[in-house]
Design a protein around this ligand. Structure first.
Ligand SMILES: *[C@@H]1O[C@H](CO)[C@@H](O)[C@H](O)[C@H]1NC(C)=O
Ligand SMILES: *[C@@H]1O[C@H](CO)[C@@H](O)[C@H](O)[C@H]1NC(C)=O
Ligand SMILES: *[C@@H]1O[C@H](CO)[C@@H](O)[C@H](O)[C@H]1NC(C)=O
Ligand SMILES: *[C@@H]1O[C@H](CO)[C@@H](O)[C@H](O)[C@H]1NC(C)=O
Ligand SMILES: *[C@@H]1O[C@H](CO)[C@@H](O)[C@H](O)[C@H]1NC(C)=O
Ligand SMILES: *[C@@H]1O[C@H](CO)[C@@H](O)[C@H](O)[C@H]1NC(C)=O
Ligand SMILES: *[C@@H]1O[C@H](CO)[C@@H](O)[C@H](O)[C@H]1NC(C)=O
Ligand SMILES: *[C@@H]1O[C@H](CO)[C@@H](O)[C@H](O)[C@H]1NC(C)=O
Ligand SMILES: *[C@@H]1O[C@H](CO)[C@@H](O)[C@H](O)[C@H]1NC(C)=O
Length: 803
């Protein structure tokens, strides 16, 4: 690690947090070897999953392989079946200009349950999508070898996003139906196959992400039909813009649609779409939907779609989660206004609100009591007027607004990729929706929105190396989460309350799964508490730590001071949101030329006799506007009176007395009282790369960083403390293994580099990429772009980068 790159990391981290209030998860849980993992040597792209609670297995689809894994421990492989491309298929594929080892393989993309024993599986099969039936019986996975055409059911291109859904025995799929990937289709494969019209007003270079089913016919007063909802992004048609702009959409079709008689023959008569609104805090191009999860409710009207959005511009590193209620979406489709194309000038088409008369039955509506009263029992009976209207105007005028009018979560940093949501019953009898969100660097962000307040309980590292989470599944009944990435699959429990060792930590974690059980004196899972126990405490919204017994006072550790040496006093906080305050004889210490406060504690540079006394490390966490202050560690510094004097040197104290000995400081277990010899002269900084005690290096580098960036910090005088806080928190998580810490900080390099323009932005006022303000509903303001060429990159999502 060169000095410069080290500086850029440290400085980057500092700037990073100064401008983002919600980006810091309270706790960071580094990769643990205890996680249950599955991978097979030579097999990649573990991106398809089907949970079969009934069979006790998780079916996992990868490249040319399908596994049946024990749903309780995915490390246990029960069966596997391989489905490799034939040499002939691979050759055909390479003749068409595709890469033999990358695209001309069989990527399993579809796994659906058909009945108790049979599943439907499709693979890209060297750009020649093919489907088959598969059984799991007597501990064996078997492909039936009844291969079927997979065109339209599964993409040709393994890098293309797509979605599918099995409803009864009908497969609904949204993908490209041709080799070039240029003909998008939303297809129902059934006795009566139906598809979308191939028109850009229906689908314009879409990127499909999610499909789900809502049983809306249940107790429907208007005799409505069940629906299939589809989420995707596509080129906007409603914006008058000189470059392609993508927008996020929700579309829906009726389950019982049979197409039209003359108009829209074998095409959907109920395909309607609307824009999804999710306003980012900073003005930007419309964000792109990346994944959706339907949190089902007994009453389908209360079901909610949770959607992850990332920016359209690769310059931004902000992601968000917005939620949409099924009934809000239904209202727009059932009662909203339509958009209609009008020709302005010679050939230019503009989409505006349709104000004319809308035919009856309403275009796009399912067959309901209104239609039945008119003698129309099937979509085949619908009049041409209704069908022509919907064929030409599938887009609704109004956008769907998020449930609370604003995102539930906004996060800066590595982009969010996938989401699942669990509904958790807490001790207060209320249910909370806990979001588990995968990121592009292999973390899960476990978050809750407490009545408008965004809160990330913890971030858990699921992959040893930073890899995007490409699939996420939740078994609410088992309390387990399954994640897939290029290199393997991982299982984690929805909660691990034992991570919170004290009552205060358990309360402040605000994890609805966990409560402090004072009878057992531990943080326990709410579901495991016996119902008779009244001893458990939880305070999710108020964070009332007064419910906890007063903590035991911290005993001061004796510690020896050798004049002219550097002294390191360790102190680890339990929360990334807490600030560390060091006190010396009740005077608050700040980082300066003498003291350095860093992730693992306090560094006293070149100690002298005047430094003898009592040091206390306080964790100060702001809670609901109140600060909660607790002493985590205390040290009593005494003067070193030489080995002969004895007595004053305490156990656990290491004394080193030559500069070479820096290298021999035991890095795996730095007990209190590690002394580091000699002042570290700035001009000798590059040497610190060899010092195994990395934190000292970071500390000194950061000091340098501060002086380099003095001007900037002067400008944000008030953000100063927060910056320190982050340097501290960014590595406090890796507390226990110093060597891992080195790795981790290295890993962050790429993140920081990406953050470059983001962090730099507030510094230079003219570095403003905002072109369009899409906030608000359909109202948007265009401001001339200073740099038009920068728009070129904004039009499309790159499929490859987001898988
Ligand atoms: C899960 O299975 C693996 C492989 O058989 C085994 O080593 C591990 O101990 C199991 N874990 C648990 C918690 O049962
Ligand atoms: C399950 O579905 C398959 C394919 O449709 C069919 O061949 C099989 O008989 C069905 N099995 C049962 C038990 O229904
Ligand atoms: C599959 O994994 C390999 C190995 O990491 C990677 O190079 C390739 O891009 C992946 N393919 C897809 C379609 O994700
Ligand atoms: C529609 O169904 C009703 C009752 O099922 C029936 O009486 C009527 O004749 C049907 N109409 C058409 C056009 O099929
Ligand atoms: C829960 O956390 C504790 C403490 O960090 C750890 O020892 C344990 O292995 C974790 N359990 C699981 C199932 O991950
Ligand atoms: C925290 O508590 C200690 C001792 O109780 C006190 O000296 C210190 O000023 C407090 N710090 C804050 C920020 O309240
Ligand atoms: C420190 O110095 C003492 C006396 O000068 C010597 O005996 C001892 O070996 C030295 N320790 C180290 C770790 O170099
Ligand atoms: C560091 O300390 C640990 C345990 O205290 C010991 O096992 C290890 O060998 C030591 N390493 C070095 C390099 O001294
Ligand atoms: C840098 O440190 C080395 C020993 O680690 C020492 O030999 C050298 O003289 C130092 N250089 C300067 C400029 O202080």
């Amino acid at each position: 690690m060169s000095l410069l790159s080290a500086l850029s990391i440290v400085c980057g981290l500092m700037l990073h947090v100064c401008f983002s209030r919600y980006c810091v998860p309270r706790k960071t849980v580094p990769f643990q070897n205890e996680l249950k993992l599955f991978r097979e040597e030579g097999i990649f792209n573990y991106s398809t999953m089907l949970m079969r609670d009934d069979l006790g297995v998780l079916l996992l689809g990868a490249r040319e392989a399908i596994y049946a894994l024990d749903i309780n421990n995915i490390s246990v492989r029960k069966a596997a079946v391989y489905w490799r491309v034939t040499k002939e298929k691979q050759r055909e594929c390479t003749y068409k200009g595709k890469h033999a080892e990358v695209e001309c393989r069989n990527y399993i993309r579809t796994l659906h349950k058909m009945n108790d024993t049979t599943m439907y599986v499709c693979g890209t099969n060297a750009f020649s999508p093919t489907c088959d039936y598969m059984t799991f019986a007597n501990g064996q996975l078997r492909l039936e070898e009844k291969q079927e055409e997979g065109k339209g059911k599964c993409p040709f291109d393994p890098f293309q996003r797509y979605s599918s859904l099995m409803v009864g025995n009908d497969l609904f799929s949204a993908t490209s139906i041709n080799f070039l990937g240029s003909e998008p289709v939303v297809l129902r494969s059934s006795n009566l196959a139906l598809r979308t019209e191939f028109k850009s007003s229906w689908l314009s270079e879409p990127n499909f992400v999610y499909m789900d089913f809502v049983g809306e016919s249940f107790e429907s007063p208007d005799g409505d039909d069940d629906k299939v909802y589809l989420f995707f992004s596509e080129n906007a048609m409603e914006y008058d813009f000189y470059s392609k702009v993508a927008v996020s959409r929700v579309a829906r079709v009726c389950k019982g649609d049979m197409g039209g008689q003359r108009t829209l023959q074998r095409k959907w008569t109920s395909f309607l779409k609307a824009r999804l609104d999710c306003s980012f805090p900073e003005p930007s191009l419309p964000p792109i939907v990346q994944d959706v999860f339907l949190l089902k409710h007994k009453n389908w009207r209360k079901s909610v779609f949770y959607a992850v959005f990332t920016p359209q511009s690769s310059l931004s590193q902000v992601s968000a989660v917005c939620a949409y209620s099924v009934s809000d979406i239904g209202e727009i489709f059932n009662e909203g206004k339509f958009k209609t194309p009008v020709v302005v000038e010679t050939s230019h088409v503009k989409w505006v609100m349709y104000t004319g008369e809308v035919p009856v039955p309403r275009p796009g509506a399912c067959i309901n009591n209104v239609a039945r009263k008119m003698g129309m029992n099937r979509s085949l009976d619908l009049p041409d007027k209704t069908l022509q209207f919907i064929r030409d105007r599938p887009l609704m005028d109004e956008a769907v607004r998020p449930l609370t009018g604003a995102p539930l979560l906004v996060k800066r940093g590595p982009l969010l990729t996938r989401i699942v949501v669990d509904c958790v019953l807490a001790l207060d009898g209320q249910s909370y929706d806990v979001m588990f969100i995968g990121t592009e660097n292999g973390y899960i962000q476990k978050s809750v929105n407490y009545a408008g307040e965004m809160f990330i309980i913890e971030e858990i590292q699921l992959t040893e190396n930073p890899e995007p989470i490409s699939i996420l599944r939740l078994s609410s009944s088992k309390g387990q989460l399954y994640a897939g990435s290029e290199f393997g699959a991982t299982q984690m429990p929805v909660s691990n309350c034992s991570r919170y060792e004290s009552c205060v930590d358990c309360i402040l974690a605000r994890d609805p799964y966990c409560a402090w059980d004072s009878s057992a004196d531990q943080c326990s899972s709410v579901s495991s508490l016996s119902s008779s126990s009244n001893e458990a405490v939880q305070s999710l919204k108020e964070r009332d730590v007064s419910l906890c017994p007063p903590p035991d006072p911290v005993a001061a550790v004796d510690f020896t001071l050798v004049p002219q040496n550097n002294i390191q006093l360790p102190c680890q906080l339990h929360s990334n949101l807490a600030q560390v305050h060091w006190r010396f004889s009740d005077r608050l210490l700040h980082s300066d030329s003498k003291y350095y406060i860093y992730s693992g504690g306090l560094l006293i540079l070149s100690a002298s006799e005047s430094d003898v006394g009592l040091y206390a490390c306080d964790s100060v966490e702001e809670i609901n506007g109140r600060t909660y202050n607790r002493t985590v560690a205390a040290y009593h510094l005494q003067l070193y009176s030489g080995p002969a004097a004895g007595g004053s040197s305490t156990p656990g104290t290491e004394v080193t007395n030559s500069s070479d000995s820096i290298h021999s400081v035991n890095t795996t277990a730095p007990g209190p009282g590690v002394l580091i010899e000699g002042p570290l002269a700035p001009e000798n900084q590059s040497d610190t790369g060899r010092v195994t005690h990395l934190e000292v290096a970071v500390a000194v580098l950061s000091l340098l960083c501060i002086s380099l960036m003095g001007v900037i910090f002067w400008m944000w005088n008030r953000g100063h403390w927060e910056c320190f806080k982050f340097v501290q928190s960014s590595s406090s998580s890796e507390a226990k293994r110093q060597s891992a810490e080195y790795m981790h900080i290295q890993n962050r390099t790429s993140e920081i580099k990406l953050l470059g323009p983001e962090c730099g932005r507030p510094c230079s006022a003219n570095n403003n990429h905002t072109a369009v303000d899409f906030k608000g509903n359909g109202e948007h303001h265009f401001t001339p772009m200073a740099n038009i060429s920068s728009l070129d990159g904004l039009g499309y999502i790159n499929d490859e980068s987001e898988i």
